[in-house]
Design a protein around this ligand. Structure first.
Ligand code: CA
Length: 358
């Protein structure tokens, strides 16, 4: 009953809030003209205007400028234009740029715990991940982890579930992964290393050539849309699912904490609102493009789309447990964050089972 009363009370407050917009235009103009303007830089880990992700960073900057009525202008730099892509974290921490757009698993070298905010093999999908971050305590842990680096993190996009990767041999048992040189970053790379593969780190720009020349035997990338644009279907026979290593890919907006704390409240809210819109829009844009490009791959190429055998997935899942166990034994932040993550994943399971697994 108390919850219901609380709900009705909140609904009443919300209903009355429309009245609060009655400020006359002269007052509004004066207020805007006396306010300070800001010119910020956003570095990214993407090549300039990279489909959906780099474009998303561009949109975040555009939305912030529009919502602030021009009081905040953000110049977006592709990876390498101002600083190398994987130096974004240090650039924002040190104030070379005020913001960056990327993904937190790139910062595992700064703290292993960053990885749990991007994606966990056999972990939560995008919707569950967002639920944990926004409502299950994830964001608070993320902020605590980044505060010593003078950074404010916020979710700002998601790839949704990725694909398992491109192979030139069938994967029928674990032994087919043995000896394979596969491009796979992050926790997934550590897992396939346990399965006897060599996890290779290639930047996106080099994957195609490496696969074509046999420097690598297999690769994961993102999903049908980006993978089609990369042309992997021209040089690989099999396209496997599920993307067990990346059941989602949460994108991250980093803001220099000193700069963020010095902003007026409304601009802080505008930045958070733009990041939130990116979170919602990128995810559905991925789904929109991936369904189109999955059809294109099916109709335009000879590539065979296969599911990993259940027994292979089961073994990889066990290796994932071992990899995470090793990380949390060595790092107390990882332990604390993974405990929160896995507790949420466990607790939400009952609801997912009755709501979606039918
Ligand atoms: Ca990937």
């Amino acid at each position: 009953m108390t919850e219901r009363r609380e709900f009705l009370k909140k609904a009443g407050v919300f209903g009355g809030s429309a009245l609060a917009f009655g400020c006359n235009s002269e007052q509004k103009q004066t207020a805007i003209h006396t306010k300070k303007t800001y010119e910020w830089k956003m570095v990214t880990t993407w090549s300039p205007h990279f489909p959906i992700l780099g474009e998303g960073a561009d949109k975040i900057a555009k939305w912030i400028e529009e919502m602030s009525d021009g009081r905040m202008k953000i110049q977006v730099y592709g990876g390498g234009e101002l600083v190398p892509p994987f130096e974004s974290f240090d650039a924002v921490s040190g104030g070379i740029a005020e913001m960056s757009h990327g993904a937190s698993y790139y910062w595992a070298g700064k703290s292993a715990a960053t990885q749990f905010f991007a994606s966990v093999p056999f972990g939560m999908n995008a919707q569950q991940m967002h639920s944990w971050i926004y409502f299950g305590g994830g964001l608070q842990l993320w902020e605590e982890l980044y505060a010593p680096f003078n950074l404010v993190p916020m979710p700002a996009g998601n790839t949704g579930a990725q694909m398992g990767g491109w192979f030139n041999r069938e994967i029928n048992s674990l032994s087919d992964l043995s000896g394979l040189k596969m491009r796979m970053p992050g926790l997934g790379g550590k897992v396939i290393a346990k399965a006897g593969s060599s996890a290779i780190l290639s930047p996106g720009s080099e994957i195609y050539t490496n696969l074509e020349r046999g420097v690598i035997d297999a690769t994961e990338w993102i999903g049908p849309y980006h993978d089609y644009l990369m042309g992997f279907h021209k040089i690989a026979k099999f396209y496997y699912y599920p993307g067990w290593h990346e059941p989602c890919g949460t994108m991250e907006l980093l803001v220099n904490k000193t700069a963020f704390d010095a902003l007026p409240k409304d601009l802080q809210t505008i930045i958070r609102t733009a990041a939130g819109r990116a979170t919602a829009e990128m995810l559905v844009e991925f789904d929109y493009q991936n369904q189109i490009y999955l059809q294109k791959l099916k109709t335009e190429s000879k590539v065979q789309i296969r599911k990993f055998p259940d027994e292979v997935l089961e073994i990889l899942k066990n290796y994932t447990k071992e990899v995470i166990e090793e990380i949390i034994l060595q790092d107390s932040n990882s332990k604390k964050i993974y405990e929160s993550y896995s507790k949420f994943q466990y607790e939400i399971k009952d609801w997912i089972d009755v709501s979606e697994k039918n």
